[in-house]
Design a protein around this ligand. Structure first.
Ligand SMILES: Cc1ncc(COP(=O)(O)O)c(C=O)c1O
Length: 340
């Protein structure tokens, strides 16, 4: 099987396993796990924030962050953001915050809609408490924000005293694609969460980064939500190796582009769309999408229908150029069966 479902399906390589096995550990509840401390410091330094907090995944990172940051009742997000669509309603059910989903092309927040909601003054209406951007934006095909686009949102947030948060589960894909540093991309954000297991190869783990007071609050909230780490340095060690894998994301981007180029001419332009900016290729098959997913699986190529009508290929470190070739061969065979 060539598995293009997600960049989370990678397994730890030998180097990572060796780091995990030999990690120095201690009880993190007492702040005594040196490898966790090293990971939190390394991740924070990479995104230019003073402090970090190790959490198991992106969903918990986002939930804790929204609870720690909010100055109101609403989390303002993109309508196709992970927070809005795929985090099992944690904002409503756990954080007791309402999401306000905004429209916008390629995962950007429509600035007029954002301005309107931040300016609302009705005392009985929910108050925007935090604005969350997603960089890269998964559902739009891994689209990477420009610094100017981030600044435009940040300016509005600052004008209304609402903190800006970055769901940076794939921030390093944006860094590699855009050529800015992670610190530049998040300098206007009060906090950012990065993932160690999306494209970077770790078995789990995200790091929430921000000001020391924010991280103190987040640490308490992490426990409120039921999570205490003990000798988890074994996992943090994998995270430290993962942070060294950032440059290799360029290979994933090259393979996504190669896949797009090899499908150019095979698929109609409206299905293929624009070349991928990072590691996600989103093909618009419309009503045929579920059928295409099944037919590709029968050919040994696994993909997902990420949003209705859209078939998603995600490249990652456990796929090589042969997997791209296999995907193209499978797609030709699917088309021969007269899908579309
Ligand atoms: C952009 C983004 N943020 C957050 C998450 C949540 O991560 P997890 O599902 O591992 O908790 C995902 C998951 O795919 C994601 O794509």
């Amino acid at each position: 099987m060539a598995d293009f479902r997600s960049d989370t399906i990678t397994v730890a390589d030998a180097r990572m396993r060796e780091a995990m096995a030999s990690a120095a550990v201690g009880d993190d509840f007492y702040g005594e796990d040196p490898t966790v401390a090293a990971l939190e410091a390394a991740a924070a330094a990479l995104v230019g924030k003073p402090a970090g907090l190790f959490v198991p995944n992106g969903t918990l990172a986002n939930t804790v962050a929204m609870l720690a940051l909010t100055v109101g009742d609403q989390v303002v997000v993109h309508a196709d953001s992970d927070i809005q669509m795929w985090e099992a309603h944690t904002m409503a059910k756990v954080a007791h915050l309402q999401t306000l989903p905004l429209p916008g092309a390629r995962g950007r927040l429509d600035l007029d809609a954002l301005r309107r909601c931040l300016s609302a003054t009705d005392p009985y209406a929910p108050r925007p408490g935090v604005v969350a951007i997603e960089n890269t934006h998964s559902a739009s095909g891994g689209s990477a924000w420009s610094l100017a686009e981030i600044a435009a949102v940040a300016d509005l947030c600052a004008a209304h005293g609402v903190p800006l948060y970055c769901d940076g589960a794939r921030l390093f894909n944006a860094v590699v694609a855009r050529g800015y540093t992670a610190a530049q991309a998040t300098s206007r954000c009060a906090a950012v969460a990065i993932s160690l297991y999306k494209g970077l190869g770790a078995p789990m783990g995200s790091v929430l980064c921000g000001a020391p007071e924010f991280i103190d609050r987040a640490r308490t909230l992490r426990r409120t939500l039921g999570l205490t780490f003990r000798q988890v340095g074994h996992v943090a060690a994998a995270g430290l190796v993962a942070l060294e894998n950032v440059a290799s994301l360029a290979d994933d981007h090259r393979r996504a582009r190669l896949l797009w180029e090899q499908l150019d001419g095979v698929l109609p332009a409206d299905v293929l769309g624009d070349p991928p900016e990072t590691n996600i290729l989103a093909l618009r098959f419309g009503a045929d999408a579920a059928h295409v997913v099944d037919l590709l699986a029968a050919q040994g190529v696994r993909v997902t229908e990420v949003v209705p009508g859209v078939v998603r290929f995600v490249t990652h470190r456990d796929l090589d150029d042969d997997a791209v070739t296999a995907a193209v061969v499978a797609m030709r065979s699917v088309l021969a069966r007269e899908v579309r």
